[in-house]
Design a protein around this ligand. Structure first.
Ligand code: CIZ
Length: 347
């Protein structure tokens, strides 16, 4: 399936840049950078795959926006010659693993991930020796080397479905300790062994006093990402991955429109998701109330329009994965697609 290049007119760009929550002190120069990116996309037959957590301005040049599961599906199927990943390194590596014939570019190598940094392939080999009967289930926020040592990869969107389908009772879930603890509570039939990794962004929500915030705000709906501490998940109205959160807000706002209830949303995740949702509603002429705190991922925010333009122009940094690692990591990702597809969940 070919992704259509999204090429917005300068007038529409100005409007959308002003809708977003990024500070744009140099509007006209920003429009010029976006136009340069669009020209490069056409010239080089390139697509930009963008994650929800990107800056609002960067999301304007994404031909496809989504969570890492959607983006990996797109990367697998694109007919473009170049994929520019407006995301972090593990996502760009995943694109290369799934579609090695394509040139995959990441705007900056600074775009890392604390979860991906928390575990190595050597650590996984050691854990396998300690737990020989366990299925090694690896969160997609990991390096290609770690994926290559795994039985199956998962994202926040499909983790529960996939673990439930595995024949093994013992599951070594790596590397996110919070998500592992949440899964332990939700899947009591499985013995879930966790590791010590954490997302530095979602960990910061641990101190959030949800019961007290609720007292101040009737109609508050709290949405927490799966990577949050179990105490936050227990106090939230809803938890899941980013796409699940978007669907929940769509459902709740539609129901509130009918009942006349006024809702306020608090999203315990990266600010990029709440700003995307707010912008989407604003463009339909609707307002949606969101209260803080959302938090910023310092890694996601290293991608800018300017380094994206330069990387596409120079076709670097290019993301490469050694073939012996790629073929093994590919198997763990393909197993994810095989076990994780629920009828109707593909876009
Ligand atoms: O899987 C992803 O895209 C991440 C990092 C978060 C989510 O829940 O979608």
């Amino acid at each position: 399936m070919a992704i259509e290049q999204k090429l917005i007119t300068p007038a529409e760009l100005r409007k959308q840049l002003l809708f977003g929550r990024d500070q744009i002190p140099d509007l006209e120069e920003t429009v010029t950078v976006i136009e340069a990116i669009n020209a490069l996309k056409r010239e080089k037959n390139a697509v930009v795959l963008g994650h929800w957590y990107m800056r609002d301005a960067v999301k304007l040049v994404a031909d496809y926006l989504g969570d890492s599961l959607d983006l990996s599906r797109q990367a697998r199927e694109t007919t473009a010659d170049i994929i520019v990943f407006a995301g972090v390194k593990f996502m760009a590596e995943t694109a290369k693993i799934l579609n090695p014939a394509k040139k995959v570019i990441l705007p900056t190598l600074e775009a890392g991930c604390s979860l991906a940094d928390s575990i190595t392939g050597e650590d996984v080999r050691r854990l396998r020796e300690a737990y020989p009967d366990a299925a090694v289930v690896t969160y997609v926020n990991t390096t290609a080397e770690v994926k290559a040592e795994s039985d199956v990869c998962v994202t926040s969107a499909n983790v529960k479905t996939i673990i439930s389908k595995l024949p093994q009772r013992q599951i070594l879930f790596i590397p996110d300790k919070y998500m592992g603890a949440n899964l332990k509570a939700e899947l009591p039939d499985k013995e879930i062994i966790t590791y010590d990794g954490a997302c530095i962004l979602h960990e910061t929500f641990t101190a959030l006093d949800i019961p007290n915030i609720r007292k101040l705000m009737p109609g508050l709906r709290v949405l927490a990402h799966y990577e949050c501490d179990p105490s936050i998940i227990a106090a939230a109205d809803f938890h899941g991955g980013t796409n699940d959160m978007r669907k929940y807000i769509a459902r709740e706002t539609a129901a509130a429109k009918k009942s006349g209830e006024h809702l306020t949303f608090l999203m315990a995740t990266e600010c990029g998701l709440s700003s995307t949702i707010k912008n989407e509603y604003a463009q339909k002429g609707e307002d949606i109330e969101m209260v803080g705190p959302c938090n910023l991922c310092p890694y996601m925010k290293t991608v800018t329009l300017r380094n994206l333009r330069d990387s596409l122009r120079d076709e670097k940094p290019e993301i490469l994965v050694p073939e012996h690692i790629r073929v093994k990591a590919y198997k763990a990702l393909e197993r994810m697609f095989e076990l994780g597809e629920v009828r109707g969940d593909a876009k």
